[in-house]
Design a protein. Structure first.
Length: 152
């Protein structure tokens, strides 16, 4: 997906099996962040940045929603361990990551594998993608500041 595209209302299900829809947040911009894996160093730093600035994000009109292909159980443990106040979508069937175009071949230490590219999409209240932050732009430790447009 790119700026100007429409995101579907139904994003997926959270760790408790509840549907997560854009329409649940009618007056908010959605900071939909896709991350590779629960409890890894970069993903933990990113989630904690969003957690620590969560009230600022809410005050600025954003709702944060995380997405990875991890299981519901993994998401529950990750959210509990780090006191994450926002929903994490369990995308084990890769529906949302593929729709968003953030699933593909990655390489680490010469080994190739399929995975999620760390990407954040800012979605307007009408479901239109306003902005896409690509993997090279995202700084995990200050990601909330990046969303808020604060000086780096």
């Amino acid at each position: 997906m790119k700026a100007g595209d429409k995101m579907p209302d139904l994003l997926g299900r959270d760790a408790d099996g509840n549907e997560v829809r854009l329409s649940q947040y009618p007056d908010k911009k959605i900071a939909l962040y896709f991350y590779p894996k629960d409890n890894t160093s970069g993903c933990t730093a990113q989630a904690c940045s969003l957690r620590d600035s969560y009230q600022q994000l809410l005050d600025a009109g954003y709702q944060v929603i995380g997405v990875s292909v991890d299981s519901a159980e993994s998401h529950r443990k990750f959210a509990e361990k780090h006191s994450l106040p926002f929903p994490l979508i369990t995308d084990t069937d890769h529906h949302l990551v593929e729709l968003a175009g953030v699933w593909g071949e990655k390489s680490m230490y010469g080994r190739k594998y399929m995975g999620t590219f760390r990407t954040t999409m800012i979605i307007a209240p009408d479901g239109t993608v306003e902005r896409v932050m690509l993997p090279k732009e995202i700084k995990t430790k200050i990601h909330a500041d990046q969303i808020l447009g604060l000086p780096q």
